[in-house]
Design a protein around this ligand. Structure first.
Ligand SMILES: [Zn+2]
Length: 543
């Protein structure tokens, strides 16, 4: 098996003609004036290679011109090919080697808006947002999500009147000849798309979160004209911050900082240690903060694993709502809205095999809303205690922590911690597509027995049946209320429930726990499945 793997790996390397990279360290010096659409940069990248004789392949947009490449003190040859910079080995690459790439140009923006020159209140602003494939638009990099850079120093030169922000800790900020030179140092592993820079006239202030003996600083860089407004909003993140630390383990980048930098994009982006935020909407801040655990500390092994980022961060909004820490004070209402959004797509699957379509990858109805509700249903299936233990174990796994994970790694953690074979759950909700639509009929021939028939259709033939526990609130004529969760494992399934009151109505899914829409409940006479009734009686007699 090992031999086969090595043979396969070597064949891939020789066919592609370039060596696989393992990025160790990056030192980026970026010169930018937000008022002028032009960047100049110099990157030193330290790496190891799989094959010391093959050329190095670096991702870099063709719109940026490479002035020269240094290997040690030598200027070395290179060539460009389809948004890549290919550097043949000057001599054999050493075990740990480095190159310095000097480049400049008018950057072209791609994807979700990877490079932006804009303005606020007539003040120019420059920012980057590389997710998922746009880092190459502003710096030479290895756009392999599973290859984290172990540490990075980012130095930004800009006109004195601006402030420049980036990942990690502020190491130095000096002004020389009207140029402000700011160096940020980040000493945690970081995926290429989570590195970012923003430059504009920022005003700075901090909020603090006290967790036991630790005090975590939340450093905010906001537009001067929005300073008062931002100050009224950002401190509200503290309770959710504390809750995430309690639930998922300490803030992953505790030796550095957490922060926000304001930008004009419509939403937020979870850049490691520094989320970029359009407005300081509490739910948005909660979502981006949650990503520091889900997406940043444990990153998907490939973009197919985007559920591990967006499904989790979105579900954290629900967890915050449960505790009254978000702008939505009713978590049931949060799920109602989320379910309706997810159900707009009748044929969507979380198992996104084609990751080239970024709008599909980041469709908020699927990776986000459906992903969150799948996690909620998992929690209902295995119970709160086990659910949170599963997540903690997944985040604690040294093979995944500060590295990358596949959805299968998460599934394995759930199966190990819960001690249950939940293949059926993930087969329908992750690998499958669509969702169930229920028809629930009920009748009560006698005061003591309630007959319920649950039938379901599904919206996608890939998943013809969803096994689930169906929550029902049975309400009596005299105000009685009894809550049931019926284990639905057959397409058309009958239940006879012992009861001691006359039922007036049955409410399906009263707390919005199930990913379904247009499901109906009706009181109607139907022929109850006597066989199933007898079988159930036999089962209850023998149990
Ligand atoms: Zn997100």
């Amino acid at each position: 098996m090992l031999k086969f793997f090595l043979t396969y790996l070597l064949s891939v390397l020789f066919v592609s003609g370039v060596s696989a990279l393992d990025m160790k360290f990056l030192r980026l010096r970026l010169c930018v004036d937000p008022a002028v659409k032009y960047i100049k940069g110099s990157v030193t990248e330290v790496f190891s290679v799989e094959n010391s004789l093959l050329p190095l392949k670096i991702d870099l947009s063709d719109s940026l011109k490479v002035n020269f490449v240094l290997h040690g003190k030598d200027t070395v040859a290179f060539y460009r090919s389809e948004n890549q910079l290919i550097i043949p080995p000057n001599r054999q690459w050493t075990e740990i080697d480095s190159v310095t790439i000097n480049y400049e140009g008018v950057p072209s923006s791609s994807g979700l808006g990877s490079v932006c020159f804009s303005s606020h209140n007539d003040i120019p602003i420059f920012w980057t947002l590389s997710e998922p494939y746009g880092a190459k638009d502003w710096f030479p990099c290895n756009q392999d999500i599973s290859d984290k850079i172990d540490s990075s120093f980012i130095i930004i030169e800009c006109p004195e009147k601006y402030r420049a922000v980036s990942n990690g800790n502020l190491f130095s900020e000096i002004v020389s000849d009207s140029i402000r030179i700011t160096e940020w140092r980040h000493k945690y592993p970081c995926a290429y798309y989570l590195l970012a820079v923003a430059v504009t006239q920022y005003k700075e202030y901090s909020d603090y979160v006290v967790i036991g003996k630790d005090t975590i600083k939340i450093l905010n860089y906001v537009y001067p004209e929005r300073y008062e407004q931002a100050k009224r909003k950002t401190w509200k993140l503290a309770p959710a911050f504390k809750m995430f630390c309690d639930s998922f383990g300490e803030y992953p980048f505790i030796k550095e900082k957490y922060g926000h930098a304001q930008f004009n994009w419509s939403g937020g982006m979870e850049h490691q240690t520094l989320s970029f935020i359009a407005d300081f909407d509490l739910d948005l801040m909660i979502h981006e903060l949650a990503h520091q655990w889900f997406g940043d500390m444990v990153t998907g092994r490939s973009w197919r694993d985007v559920f591990l980022h967006e499904g989790f961060a979105t579900y954290c909004e629900c967890l915050a709502a449960e505790r009254g820490f978000s702008s939505c004070s009713d978590d049931s209402q949060w799920r109602k809205v989320t379910v309706l959004k997810a159900c707009q797509l009748k044929n969507s699957s979380l198992n996104i095999l084609d990751t080239s379509d970024i709008h599909k990858l980041f469709d908020s109805r699927n990776s986000y809303s459906k992903g969150a509700m799948v996690l909620h249903q998992l929690r209902k299936e295995i119970g709160d205690g086990v659910f949170f233990n599963c997540i903690r174990e997944y985040l604690k796994d040294s093979k995944l922590r500060y590295h990358s994970a596949t959805v299968e790694d998460f599934i394995n953690a759930v199966k190990t911690v819960s001690g249950r074979n939940l293949d059926w759950f993930f087969a329908q909700w992750f690998y499958g597509a669509g969702y169930p639509v229920y028809e629930i009929k009920w009748q009560q021939e006698h005061e003591t027995i309630l007959n319920i028939r649950i039938s379901q259709q599904t919206t996608d033939s890939l998943t013809p049946f969803f096994r689930s526990k169906i929550p029902l609130m049975v309400c009596g004529e005299n105000g009685e209320k009894v809550f049931y969760r019926l284990n639905n494992y057959l397409q058309d399934q009958d239940f006879n429930i012992p009861i001691n009151f006359y039922v007036s109505t049955i409410i399906f899914d009263p707390y919005n726990d199930v990913l379904t829409t247009n499901s109906i409940v009706k009181k109607t006479q139907f022929i109850f499945d006597k066989k199933s009734k007898k079988k159930k009686r036999r089962q209850s007699q023998t149990s």
